[in-house]
Design a protein around this ligand. Structure first.
Ligand code: NDP
Ligand SMILES: O=C1OC[C@@H](O)[C@H](O)[C@H]1O
Length: 402
């Protein structure tokens, strides 16, 4: 597809006619900035999803959001979030609240018997993450930490290249994700420690996730063998426990070809994350990157977080000509239930698999973010924060009674 058309439909996806039966109704907790791209737009083109309601702390804000996005029901005021959760029409809760509120409201949603699509990072701590998954399991509900990038065909292709053995074992990997300077105001949730703020929580949770995901084999969700260094840079304001950027160097266990990781082999890994990254030449935002050195060459992926906009995977085997691949859809004959469209965002691919999981269908993508993966990701984030000296984010005071 022509790139201009791809970007057009990415921004303005067409609406699909809705199925006569079996449509899942979603409710959104908070009129969050991320909700339109991550759920409202993707739901339009999915025949089995409808965004039924939104709740905001202020009813006027909820109504305005609902009107703008064609959502039939709005809840507001101090009991608005709970009313949304208790709405019997709703099957799935989307939780894009500030990180420190992920645990409380996910527990409440699961308790009410709703599946949950939960924004990243899963919570403020690994313990909270474990508790949410335990409740989901007990209630037989689907809970997904929305690492949307993992569902896009390009990232599935990247993983397949790395796993294929074509270039041998991974020796080192480095990744960068920085939100451009000026994107977030000083009072943004990302700069508020009490709300679970910090670059490592925000853009950093992807870098941690990607380092782990792309170096794991299908049976391992590795935790680091060691963190050799981690430096956090605070923002200009005096919020001393919040990092505006963090740089870390860690060692990952190298996976063996089958079974658990090989503790004797290590992959050297580094990450840079930022919530206010300087623009290149003062104009251009820097796109996310992940680069691998392997025994037999190197692999580079450009823009692994929003690959629908544009991406490439360059494979450079030692002594041979490099090749570049792109994958906006799965393509035909790959055994995947939905091939996708060039313009499908990472969130749209994620929604496809999420709905399949709720309905007990196999998406054929082989992709999911498992409980152990989400727990290990939070444990890593906590460990890196400890190493920076800033310490973990605050555990929630919410006590859940089932
Ligand atoms: N998947 C992705 O690509 C992205 C994911 N995210 C994640 O989504 C979540 C929300 O991020 P984002 O949409 O940028 O944030 P916003 O600040 O836009 O949204 C957060 C929402 O939380 C609600 N809220 C409830 N209590 C508070 C409080 N005490 N202070 C502030 N807000 C409160 C607000 O809802 P109300 O309307 O009720 O006032 C607000 O709409 C985060 O977890 C973030 O990491 C963010 C961006 C991209
Ligand atoms: O999830 C996210 O993805 C993109 C980033 O720019 C943003 O800060 C983050 O919340």
């Amino acid at each position: 597809m022509n790139p201009i058309l791809r970007l057009y439909f990415y921004a303005y996806p067409p609406s699909a006619p809705k199925a006569d039966v079996g449509v899942l109704r979603f409710g959104i907790l908070g009129a969050a900035a991320i909700a339109p791209p991550a759920l409202v737009l993707p739901a339009l083109s999915h025949p089995e999803t409808i965004v039924h309601a939104v709740a905001a702390r202020d009813l006027g804000r909820a109504k305005a959001f609902a009107k703008k996005h064609g959502i039939p029901v709005a809840y507001g005021g101090p009991s608005g979030y709970q009313e949304l959760i208790d709405d019997p029409e709703i099957d799935v809760i989307y939780n894009p609240l500030p990180n420190s509120l992920h645990y409380e409201w996910t527990m409440k949603a699961l308790s009410a018997g709703k599946h949950v699509l939960l924004e990243k990072p899963a919570a403020n701590t690994a313990n909270e993450t474990r508790a949410m998954f335990a409740l989901a399991k007990k209630k037989n509900l689907v809970l997904l930490e929305a690492f949307h990038y993992r569902f896009h065909p390009s990232n599935i292709r990247l993983k397949a290249i790395l796993d294929s053995g074509e270039l041998g074992a991974i020796k080192s990997v480095e990744t960068f994700l920085g939100a451009p300077k000026g994107m977030f105001a000083k009072d943004d949730i990302r700069y508020d420690y009490s709300l679970g703020g910090g670059a490592l929580m925000d853009t950093g949770c992807y870098t941690v996730n990607a380092l782990r995901h792309f170096t794991s084999n299908s049976t391992t969700h590795p935790t680091p063998t060691s963190i050799s260094s981690a430096q956090a840079v605070p923002p200009a304001s005096d919020n001393a426990k919040v990092d505006q950027s963090t740089t870390a160097h860690i060692f990952l266990p190298a996976p063996s070809s089958s079974g658990p990781s090989n503790p004797d082999a290590s992959i050297s890994a580094s990450l840079i994350c930022n919530t206010s990254h300087p623009l290149k030449y003062g104009i251009f935002p820097m796109f996310p990157t992940i680069n691998f050195e392997l025994e037999g060459g190197s692999v580079e992926m450009y823009n692994f977080v929003q690959p629908t906009m544009y991406h490439y995977i360059t494979v450079r085997p030692k002594g041979e000509e490099a090749r570049t691949e792109k994958a906006y859809t799965f393509g035909k004959g790959k055994g995947v239930k939905s091939e996708g469209e060039d313009w499908w965002s990472t969130y749209r691919y994620q929604l496809e698999v999420f709905v399949d999981r709720v309905k007990g269908r196999d998406s054929g993508t082989g992709t999911w973010v498992e409980e152990e993966d989400s727990v290990a990701n939070m444990a890593w984030i906590e460990a890196i924060y400890e190493k920076t000296g800033l310490g973990s984010r605050l555990a929630s005071k919410y006590v859940h009674h089932e």
